[in-house]
Design a protein around this ligand. Structure first.
Ligand code: COA
Length: 259
């Protein structure tokens, strides 16, 4: 499919979705969010794609937030309609395959919200992260107040959102906002290596694991434990489970087909 604002490539079971507006620090305009949703729909159906990596083009920005040009002159009602595009963050969170954010520079506002919707965040040591919306007289609207708070706790989320301050990658790791920090030169190979280790696992088990982990934020403990038990039992219906167990007993590497 021909996209104007993103690039999508799949190699060795790993898809890389790159926001491709480097001159605008990969700011998310309406058209870009629409293309991201289209790409997610198509990758969801593609059996060749087992893990998704999201990143930004160039070496300056992952995503510098929503495209501020689109905010000018916009009324509350117009913004409310435009928010349909914000569902891209929910689409990332609900994507049934693992998603890794490869944070290669400024990761701000809707950029941080994109990263927060991903499952794992790996940042280059040059990255700067923040929710600077408060400086524009607005607040995060793509899940920032909710997902950031769940990830780093209320105190840190308050500090980031109320000050709008940017923090560096080391600080982000310290508060649990990113999983790993590596040099800019090592970022791509580190992420692709992580993605390829995950891509070898059973796609069915990955999907169930992601669903179960996400349930922790959506359900109380009793409901969550029940959901985990159901999903655990469901994995026993897959050919991948039979293959995984057989391969262990035969002392060989499993070949998971996603069935
Ligand atoms: N929306 C629209 N355009 C943006 C943008 C955004 N969120 N972030 C950057 N750009 C554009 C700039 O307007 C500039 O465009 P121009 O060359 O046509 O003037 C271009 O990207 C380069 O930005 P610039 O500010 O010159 O780059 P920089 O490397 O000095 O600074 C940032 C980068 C990200 C720190 C700075 O651009 C910035 O603060 N952006 C806004 C971040 C923000 O508030 N995001 C939350 C939005 S809700």
């Amino acid at each position: 499919m021909a996209y104007q604002n993103i690039l999508v490539e799949t190699n060795d079971r790993i898809s890389v979705l790159t926001i491709n507006r480097p001159d605008k620090r990969n700011a998310l305009n309406h058209a870009t969010r629409d293309e991201m949703r289209e790409a997610l729909n198509s990758l969801e159906r593609s059996p060749e794609s087992r893990v998704l990596v999201i990143t930004g083009a160039g070496d300056k920005a992952f995503i510098a937030g929503a495209d501020i040009n689109e905010f000018e002159g916009r009324t509350a009602l117009m913004q409310h309609d435009a928010m349909k595009g914000l569902r891209v963050f929910d689409a990332i969170e609900e994507f049934p395959k693992p998603v890794i954010a490869m944070i290669n520079g400024f990761c701000l506002g809707g950029g941080l919200e994109t990263a927060l919707a991903c499952d794992i965040r790996v940042a280059s040591d040059t990255a700067k992260l923040g929710q600077p919306e408060i400086n524009l007289g607005i607040i995060p609207g793509g899940g920032g107040t909710q997902r950031l708070t769940r990830l780093v706790g209320e105190g840190k989320a308050m500090e980031l959102i109320l000050t709008g301050d940017l923090i560096d990658a080391a600080h982000a790791k310290e508060i649990g906002l990113v999983n790993t920090v590596v040099s800019a030169a090592d970022l791509r190979s580190t992420v692709l290596n992580l993605a390829s280790r995950i891509a070898e696992k059973s796609p069915i088990a990955l999907r169930m694991a992601k669903d179960a982990i996400k349930s922790a934020a959506r359900m109380n403990l009793r409901e969550g434990l029940e959901r985990e038990r159901d999903l655990f039992a469901l994995t026993f219906s897959s050919e991948d489970k039979a293959e995984g167990v057989r391969a262990f007993l035969e002392k060989r590497k499993p070949d998971f087909k996603g069935r």
